[in-house]
Design a protein around this ligand. Sequence first.
Ligand code: AMP
Ligand code: MG
Length: 412
Amino acid sequence: MRQNISLEEAQHLLLERATSPGECELSIGEALGRIVSRDVVAAQSLPSFDRSPLDGYALRACDTMSAQPTQPVTLWVIEEIPAGRAAAKTVTGGTAAKVLTGAPIPEGADVVVKQEDVFVDGNLIHVFQPLRARNNVVHIGENIKHGEMLAKQGTIVTAAIIGLLAEQGIKTLYVYEPIKAAIISTGDELVGLDEPLTLGKIYDSNRHTLQARCKELGIDPVLLANVPDCRAQIAARIEEGLAAADVVITTGGVSVGDYDLVKDAVETLGASILFWRVDIKPGSPMLAAVKDGKMIIGLSGNPVAAMITFDLLAVPLLKKMMGYNKYFYSRLQGTLVNGFHKASEQRRFLRAKLLTESGRLWIRLMGMQTNSALKSMAECNLFVDIPAGSGALAAGETVLAHVVGKIQDVDE
Ligand code: AMP
Ligand code: MG
């Protein structure tokens, strides 16, 4: 068993044991949010015919070379082509065809002039300026080329991807099977939301935050009943979790106190402990173990520590198990707008938010950084990564941050 290892070593130990998901074929209507398991490439170039992007007249550019505002060129309109209909005639010298948005460009024409730019006089149009060939024509293959990647293996299916497949006439695709994660809260002090809160008891919030985090990832979690600080009961509940899910995640009881019994419970089960304690703050008291190829992750009970370690360690593992090809949060460098008064003996993750000011991006550290101050988690979208041995931080310093929330939430 490794102890006090670095975050990266812990992530590596987890990722190298990630199991691979199965796959299934789904209709595009059912695939939103799932992970693509087989690349999908374009079977055809789109558009498949030259088409008009606007309402106007298709004609030959060479016919308009002498056109001037005072001496327009007059053309005879030979037909009208709405969207969805093929042209019946060829555009020849001195003629034009009325085309509506989405209509195919008729044979012979090489440019479309906007309806607003011509003067219509019965079956005739007057064009007041020379037109350049290819203008206002969406050409075959301009949007998508045959063989181009539409949905890449290991990426999430979005609404736009579903649209890309639909415009190709593709009805189904292969995606990974969902995985299951069991969540167990441990602690004598915990009560459920429907139970009375007597002195010394607290509501079990981790159960709900982790459930929601799993759902955000696209995992429907298996919620198991809470257990008190009792080795046998914790072991039995973890066993239940292993039978019901691919990964078991516990919170609480993983430190060095008399009532921290998760490690003992895991050992009782005969699981092999991969590591105990990671060199980060918050959340260092955590463990990972493996039993019959299934992972058990024991997180600290502190609500913030549980979330941060879930994000930094469990999320990459879960994402790999789900079939994602990118497991880690993106990182960015930014400038602090405010400081942090404490030195960091250990590597520390500070909750922060990206904001814009005077047209530039800045990082603002949240006010409350204690382990239990869940409110600052609700407001943050970054974890600022402070190396071990750093002194206090001053405004204006450049820091590295992991982007854990949506960047669209940038403040004005
Ligand atoms: P522990 O990791 O068991 O030492 O717990 C650390 C702190 O987190 C203690 O103050 C616990 O009361 C609190 N805590 C433990 N489990 C939960 C939970 N499921 N929800 C909210 N707080 C918790
Ligand atoms: Mg406890």
